[in-house]
Write a protein that binds this ligand. Structure first.
Ligand code: FES
Length: 73
């Protein structure tokens, strides 16, 4: 009996959700660009800033954690 292996493609659906504290988490196959269409490098899973306080926009750099709790809602 001959056995064969198949390698199935990974799930490539994109998942995007916003954490209650601000970051917008993106995972999956996405092309992220700036307003001029220039591609922005990112990892397979990354977070966009949803609070506007990042020093590395459009990415979250954790600055939302420095906000008072009421500002995160
Ligand atoms: S959401 Fe993290 S710095 Fe804005």
């Amino acid at each position: 009996m001959k056995h064969s292996l198949r390698i199935l493609p990974r799930e490539t659906k994109t998942r995007i959700y916003r954490k209650p504290t601000g970051p917008i988490v993106v995972s999956g196959d996405v092309l992220l660009t700036d307003e001029n269409g220039e591609q922005l490098k990112h990892s397979e899973k990354f977070s966009l800033c949803g609070c506007g306080k990042s020093n590395n926009l459009p990415f979250c750099d954790g600055n939302h954690k420095k906000q008072p709790p009421a500002a995160n809602q």
